[in-house]
Design a protein around this ligand. Sequence first.
Ligand SMILES: *Cc1c(COP(=O)(O)O)cnc(C)c1O
Length: 356
Amino acid sequence: MISTSNNIKITEIETSRISEVDFNNLPFGKHFADYMFEMDYKDGAWQQATVVPFRNLSIHPATSALHYGQAIFEGLKATKNEADEILVFRPDMNAKRFNESAIRMCMQPVPEEMFLEGMRAVLKQNSAWVPSAEGQSLYIRPFMIATDEYVGIKASDNYKFLIICSPVGAYYSEPVKVKIEMEYTRAAEGGVGRAKAAGNYAASLYPAKKGLEEGYRQLIWTDAKTHTFIEEAGTMNVIFVIDDVIITPSEEKDTILKGITKRSVLEVARDWGYKVEERPIKVDEVIDAIKSNRLTDAFGAGTAATIAPISEIGYLGVDYKLPAVETRTFSNKLKEYINEYKLGLVEDKYNWIFRV
Ligand SMILES: *Cc1c(COP(=O)(O)O)cnc(C)c1O
């Protein structure tokens, strides 16, 4: 059956695959919901928006994204509240950031409204896949690839924008031991670190693997030029509490990804009366603060875990232990509040909840 809603053409599935999935045992990103959103850009315009049964793509071997990496993505989550409504946390921010990534990668922006309406349509079709059990959610992955069938280097004339959805379980973020990375670099000034570009993640795998071999679960990236300033924690933004001040590297530099979780944490912190500073942070400042017991909290902030506590920091061969997670009033309080906020359990005082 084919129907249209809001100019989005919907093709119904024949039978749902949902019974194949064990919702009590959900691995991250391995199962995909029945429907996906798909829309192509060609002849200078976005074509018919569609919601279609999830299926493999058939692409030409010369598809330019496969060769030169014009590929970007977003990541966000949908949950269901007690009234069975589907809630999404700040997707307008993802739509904006997606287009900032598109512009940096010389790709075609997706009208924000189409990003949001496409997401709404695919979530409605996938409604049964949005879990309501504690901690579970439907992970939403919008992405775009360049689809010119051409092995010459140029910005593609054709693009494909898709939204796929994957039910995921509670993300237990055990406190992680991290290493201050002094050799490899995630992002250099003038580069593409601010974009959620596929290649950034490919580039981080080798240093991450080396870190893991040395016993570190994640890397703290430092600036490309001097390796003396802290930038991010793996694929999350990083936040410290030193002398009761919440500090995080400023976004002014184009090497820092503008995280929505971090932005939300800082807005709430300011509202709660904490002093917040977004500024350059030297590695030495953090190490000194640990040594003199002035650092009381350190965590990564990102959609996957919301808040991922850091338990230990390795720097130049020495491992520095951080205060026990139970003692961290700031991040514990914030994590609880933001997680409840996403579930619609507290008042939507910042207007952050998008209802499907
Ligand atoms: C996605 C991402 C983040 C976190 O962004 P959120 O919007 O909070 O999920 C931080 N750093 C990098 C490098 C990322 O890719």
